[in-house]
Design a protein around this ligand. Structure first.
Ligand SMILES: [Zn+2]
Ligand SMILES: [Zn+2]
Length: 415
């Protein structure tokens, strides 16, 4: 489930409700759009209701790490996947619940800013440990006890830190959200010894949505990672607090009212395995297609969804489009309207390549031998927009007839 954040508009201060993955903040009050810069970890607090007689020095924020994402792993003959959505306490403190349970989803969270009164508790459990925990959970749910896991990748994950506000009063410790007593003075002392100074780097930061090239305003939907400038036909993604140009190409529509859906076009340098041409890919994965001269000349690109969608559809779509890539030779540059947002980062798409390869193979046994030693290196950031027509339940790609269930795209927004 997604978290809802009460984010003050960076321009006028009015409160705007956001989903945790929203990047574009559109304020109804001042009509200004701001673009939220990606943090390695976003920080939020559960909304505190601290009684007025409690002084700021008695308020503490206890860190929990939230992991939401999909784990792909290969085991025995199979490629499996599992969606994980979990919170785990990030500090070794007695008497605190291990998880926040459903609380973060039931409340409107606040971004951590200098205005929040109180002190922060140091996170001393490593994020890696939470990952390991999430991975361990996948094996708990798994009925296959005989085969070991040979490949594992986390794709499209969001990691955030959610602070649980507490306060001390008369030697006891209280839950700052609903004011129940949760611990003794010993727990309170433990907290005080673990305080860390607030850093301004924790606060959300924003960019103006003016096109860096032409100065016109760019557009995009709330969750988009890539902003579009219709005026000068450029696209931009935020990296290190700045907008950088992203190369994009478009397959022309064959019918009216096309919806343009984005895919990452990844041209990897592969080490540890011969995988240079499309023919190499067809042979390695044992596709029921005879490799033609054309396939030998064609440098391999993986064409994978640039949006979050359920893992089965992600892998199927990536496999089909990669095999059918010769249908997308004649791309053009054109002004884009009616586009579906990019919601999966380029680096996540690169991380998914081994899983895509495993899913493309007629049998996993064919690729298992090379999976461990191979590495993919992708230098270019290239998008290709393919035209789809709406056929009710499905969206159908004009040139290949490949379909994606419309519901999968809607659902994917909350993945
Ligand atoms: Zn505003
Ligand atoms: Zn522009």
């Amino acid at each position: 489930m997604e978290l809802t954040i009460e984010q003050p508009c960076p321009t006028c201060g009015a409160v705007v409700s956001l989903s945790e993955d929203d990047r574009l903040i559109r304020c109804e009050f001042c009509d200004v759009e701001n673009y939220k810069i990606q943090h390695s970890i976003s920080r939020y607090s559960l909304p505190a209701k601290i009684p007025p007689h409690i002084s700021n020095s008695d308020i503490f924020y206890v860190p929990y790490l939230r992991f939401k994402g999909c784990i792909y792993y290969c085991q025995g003959e199979h490629l499996r996947h599992k969606l994980i959505d979990t919170t785990r306490i990030g500090a070794n403190i007695d008497q605190f619940p291990v998880s926040l349970g459903l609380r973060p989803q039931a409340m409107r969270l606040l971004p951590v800013t200098r205005q929040l009164p109180g002190q922060y508790i140091r996170q001393n459990v490593k994020a890696q440990k939470i990952f390991a925990e999430a991975a361990r959970l996948t094996s708990l749910f798994n009925t296959d006890r005989t085969n070991t896991i040979t490949h594992r990748a986390f794709i499209g994950e969001t990691i955030s830190r959610i602070y649980f506000p507490v306060y001390t009063h008369n030697g006891s410790l209280f839950d700052g959200v609903n004011n129940y007593e949760i611990g003794s003075s010993a727990a309170a002392k433990q907290l005080i010894s673990n305080v860390i100074a607030f850093s301004s780097e924790w606060e959300p930061r924003f960019l103006s949505t003016i096109c860096p090239k032409c100065g016109d305003s760019m557009n995009g939907s709330a969750g988009t990672l890539v902003m579009n400038c219709e005026n000068c036909e450029t696209q931009w993604y935020e990296d290190g607090g700045r907008f950088k140009a992203v190369e994009y190409r478009v397959m022309p529509a064959l019918y009216e009212k096309a919806k343009y859906i984005p895919f990452w076009c990844l041209e990897p340098e592969v080490d540890g395995c011969r995988l240079e041409s499309l023919a190499d890919f067809l042979k390695l994965t044992n596709q029921p297609v005879v490799a033609q001269e054309y396939h030998y000349r064609k440098k391999l690109s993986f064409i994978v969804p640039a949006f979050k969608v359920n893992p089965t559809i992600y892998l199927n779509t990536a496999k089909n489009l990669t095999i059918l890539q010769s249908a997308f030779e004649n791309t053009i540059t054109q002004r884009l309207t009616n586009i579906y947002p990019v919601t999966l980062e380029h680096k996540e798409a690169v991380q998914s390549l081994k899983s895509v390869l495993a899913a493309s193979a007629l049998s996993y046994r064919l690729v298992r031998g090379v999976m461990e030693s191979m590495t993919f290196n992708v230098e270019t950031t290239k998008l290709i927009y393919l035209p789809f027509r709406n056929a009710g339940h499905d969206l159908i790609e004009h040139h290949t007839g490949m379909s994606i269930p419309a519901a999968a795209l809607r659902f994917g927004r909350s993945l």
